[in-house]
Design a protein around this ligand. Structure first.
Ligand SMILES: CC(C)(COP(=O)(O)OP(=O)(O)OC[C@H]1O[C@@H](n2cnc3c(N)ncnc32)[C@H](O)[C@@H]1OP(=O)(O)O)[C@@H](O)C(=O)NCCC(=O)NCCS
Length: 179
């Protein structure tokens, strides 16, 4: 696939309902959780991992678009320490990671449409976020993912190193990169 994909800031795009639907589609398609007990549970899941970032941290959100303007990937992030920021208080693992998040406060969530993976787009989105996080004086960035997930090697290649295992049976891994 040789089609050119460009990266832009979320805030620079006119967010039509169709574009919001494209972001949502990529979010749900990329998530491991596929079924929800109710519409409310589905909405809460979206709010936790996507919605709150678009509302509170639009300056740290980026879109990847193909030549026709279709959204094929996105990154959302924040530079506030999530263990000390009330809007992340519903995510249980941050309570156990306060020492680490103090050192690496910025964090992100990145997802790419399956047909556009392995083309460097995720890496480009991470570079954009890190440049802005550094400019905003963040000292480091982290992600928390499943210890056995295929995306661990992706983060390793982008400069993230394993710092700590956490969660039930060490099933989650805290990966971080200093600035
Ligand atoms: C993880 C994810 C965001 C990576 O995005 P991506 O755009 O595929 O990432 P990249 O293309 O930059 O890197 C992926 C791989 O392609 C390789 N690659 C990078 N540029 C490439 C190119 N131009 N051509 C071929 N391969 C390339 C990289 O070496 C990398 O290999 P690795 O997985 O062994 O590290 C994407 O696979 C995804 O959305 N996965 C499902 C959801 C997910 O896991 N999200 C993260 C939640 S924590």
């Amino acid at each position: 696939m040789s089609e050119t994909v460009s990266i832009c800031r979320y805030r620079d795009v006119d967010l039509t309902p169709e574009r919001v639907a494209e972001i949502d589609r990529i979010f749900f398609e990329s998530s491991n959780t596929k079924t929800f007990p109710s519409d409310e549970a589905r909405a809460a899941f979206r709010e936790r991992w996507l919605g709150r970032y678009l509302v509170h941290d639009p300056a740290f959100a980026y879109l990847a678009r193909d030549g026709g303007g279709r959204i094929v990937g996105y990154l959302v992030g924040a530079i506030d320490d999530p263990a000390r920021t009330p809007r992340f208080g519903d995510i249980p693992y941050f309570a156990m990671l306060g020492a680490q998040t103090k050192r690496y406060p910025a964090h992100l969530h990145v997802n790419i449409s399956p047909e556009f993976r392995n083309r460097g787009i995720g890496g480009r989105l991470i570079s954009c976020f890190i440049a802005d996080a550094k400019a905003a004086d963040a000292t480091g960035v982290h992600v928390v993912t499943s210890a056995g997930s295929a995306n661990v090697s992706f983060y390793n290649r982008n400069g993230f190193e394993e710092i700590e295992r956490t969660g039930p049976d060490g099933s989650l891994v805290f990966l971080a990169r200093s600035f």
